[in-house]
Design a protein around this ligand. Sequence first.
Ligand SMILES: NC(=O)c1ccc[n+]([C@@H]2O[C@H](COP(=O)([O-])OP(=O)(O)OC[C@H]3O[C@@H](n4cnc5c(N)ncnc54)[C@H](O)[C@@H]3O)[C@@H](O)[C@H]2O)c1
Length: 330
Amino acid sequence: MSQIGIGFIGCGGIHRAHAPHVVEHPDAFIACAMDVNEAAVKKHQEDYGTECGTTELDHLLAHDDVDAVVVCTPTGFHPDAVIAAARAGKHVLCEKPMAMTVEKCEEMAQVCEDNGVILQIAFVRHYCNEWLKLREIIQDGTIGRPVVWRSVSGGSGAPTPWFFDREIGGGPFIDGAVHNYDWARFTFGEASRVSANLRKLKEATTAWDTGTAVVDFESGDQLIMVWSWGLPGFGYTVRADSAHDVLGPEGAITFPGDAKLSVRLQDGEHLVAFEPDTGADWFRRQMAHFVECVRTGEQPAVGAREGIEATRIAEAILSIGGEPGVVALD
Ligand SMILES: NC(=O)c1ccc[n+]([C@@H]2O[C@H](COP(=O)([O-])OP(=O)(O)OC[C@H]3O[C@@H](n4cnc5c(N)ncnc54)[C@H](O)[C@@H]3O)[C@@H](O)[C@H]2O)c1
């Protein structure tokens, strides 16, 4: 098969994490780039040497060289882009969160299925050695089960205003935390219940920007998150913007860095090493998997089901709003 032509829909921040791995891939090339902002298209073309650049989605989708697209628009615009691409017969790698609601996610999944195109969701932690090692240690039962995963994330929040828009970005409890929901599902199994206490502290936000949320899993495992994009911090954020630990009945896991996890058991601390890698490695592996799926027709390891279920948790938490509450998941 000749090289796979990839089109970018949205040429902002995260597309820069993907684009180099298309350029360097022996079986793929960037066939076209589209963004509603002409300057973003031009910058893409300058940086990656892509001949075809457009502000019109239809133009990109009509391009014969585009076999597949990477959707990197703000989240609220993912459904329109994915559905149009699928109807045009293009395979899709869609950034996370898949969409703002389960209803939209299900529609996207259905249209992709009906049109016989692959839909991969970019939950990049599936390609990160540290997260994979954590999962392995938990699933081995090294610290016993059930576990409590505590996660604290802070800082003044995402770089562009749309992330704070309730309809388009949804704030940290969907945008950032969806990585945690997905990872927890991947490790613990299905979620059974969520509870939350959310607030808006930042002036220019229509999304909940700060609060606490708890996700209970059928396994008895629990994810507890404290998150703020609403407090300035004055230069202070929790370590690398987030800190995690996992506590079990027989031990605890912490993240000391330096390509190691610390596992504390009754007989003391054990350092568990993993192959060091960087964000660029995760995005390269993710893109390589997508290209392989497009080439072979194989279903992606992280697909619509993962996108839908992580969004289900986010949607339930956001539905609770400012009054503390609990929602059972079916
Ligand atoms: N995997 C990760 O860890 C990660 C990190 C950051 C962002 N993201 C996700 O990636 C997506 C994009 O985030 P970003 O940080 O790149 O945002 P961004 O604001 O930097 O870029 C978004 C780009 O999309 C363009 N755009 C807006 N509406 C569009 C439309 N209808 N069609 C085409 N282009 C459009 C904008 O002009 C902009 O260039 C979001 O869903 C976000 O949650 C994922």
